[in-house]
Design a binder for this molecule. Structure first.
Ligand SMILES: Nc1ncnc2c1ncn2[C@@H]1O[C@H](COP(=O)(O)OP(=O)(O)OP(=O)(O)O)[C@@H](O)[C@H]1O
Length: 314
């Protein structure tokens, strides 16, 4: 978290939030506090309730139970007012391909019933570096520029809270980096950002993050805190042939998880002495090397995931 952010007012402050769809309990007792200007990441497997949580926080979906505020407004009773004050970028943001960039923004401004639309559209174009492309058809933009336009649309009505649902899915690395620079600029200007992602590098760019699996928030904090809370000790195994090694290592005493990272394996466990003893015995005489490395955020997430069986399966 940035220096001083601990004193910033809470923009999201909810507890005991629940949501069911039929007999599926998809968000369970969610408690979340996010401060002004913070970039807060939501991570977790598909179907774990990230989108549903975001939709409840921005007033698009009413929780079955719970309490709290978003932007100082009651999440159960004042959802319409919340909706007007947040910017929400959905997973499959939609633009009108056969309208120009300027027309797309003007259309959104009309939907929000904004006054001085021209001014707002000009400002949005300027702020996101789209001014030179005002007359270009949205359908001709690359993925990265489309996403930039979608972000500009969400910002038109000057929201104080941005909710971004997997905003960079399918966008190339350069465009993803630019997008995150923009998110950090917005954060520095006091806009709070709640963002869901499956990318580890993006998780590390958040001030704080939460890991959700099957509706339950399993961990939250800075990336360092989330990793530390898992209490993992990690060894990196490298060598000429790692083929089949993962399977052989899983199940050894002291080995809680094995994860491949390119040409190396991360082998982790909570009991360092048992992990070390098992690996030393296993590796003896084999053309493999072992090094002590810090557990990564991905190791921590895999560990969290392993401890959380999918209640909707079998
Ligand atoms: N409107 C709905 N009606 C019924 N079930 C729903 C509805 N919306 C979501 N669900 C179910 O709720 C669960 C949580 O879905 P949600 O989209 O919130 O997960 P997610 O974490 O955002 O997943 P992903 O990473 O795939 O986007 C899933 O099992 C999903 O099928």
């Amino acid at each position: 978290m940035e220096a001083g952010m601990n004193d910033s007012p809470l923009v999201i402050d909810v507890t005991g939030i629940n949501k069911h769809f039929g007999d599926k309990h998809v968000v369970k007792d969610l408690a979340l506090q996010v401060r002004r200007g913070e970039i807060f990441g939501f991570l977790g497997p598909n179907g774990s309730g990230k989108t549903t949580s975001i939709r409840m926080l921005c007033g698009l979906l009413t929780p079955d139970s719970g309490q709290g505020t978003c932007l100082g407004l009651d999440v159960l009773r004042e959802s319409a007012a919340i909706k007007r004050q947040v910017g929400y970028m959905t997973q499959k943001f939609s633009l009108w391909d056969d309208l120009t960039i300027g027309e797309n923004l003007d259309f959104v401004a009309r939907m929000f019933g904004m006054e001085r639309r021209r001014e707002a559209v000009d400002r949005a174009l300027e702020e996101l570096g789209l001014a030179g492309r005002r007359s270009q058809l949205a359908g001709t933009l690359s993925g990265g520029w489309k996403q930039r336009l979608a972000l500009a649309s969400c910002l038109l009505h000057r929201p104080r809270l941005l909710l971004l649902d997997e905003p960079t899915a399918g966008v190339d690395p350069k465009a993803r980096r630019d997008f995150w620079e923009e998110i950090h600029r917005l954060s520095a200007a006091g806009i709070t950002v709640l963002v869901s992602t499956h990318y580890m590098d993006e998780a590390e760019r958040c001030h704080r993050l939460a890991y959700i699996a099957y509706g339950t928030l399993l961990a939250s904090g800075t990336a360092e805190q989330v990793v530390a809370a898992q209490g993992l000790h990690t060894r990196e195994i490298s060598g000429a042939s790692l083929h089949g090694l993962g399977e052989a290592l899983r199940g050894l005493p002291g080995v809680d998880l094995v994860a491949s990272f390119g040409n190396v394996l991360h082998v982790s466990g909570r009991d360092e002495a048992r992990l070390q003893a098992s690996l030393e015995a296993f590796l003896q005489g084999k053309p493999l090397e072992m090094a002590v490395v810090p557990a990564s955020l991905e190791d921590a997430f895999i560990h969290l995931m392993q401890g959380s069986p999918d209640p909707f399966q079998g």
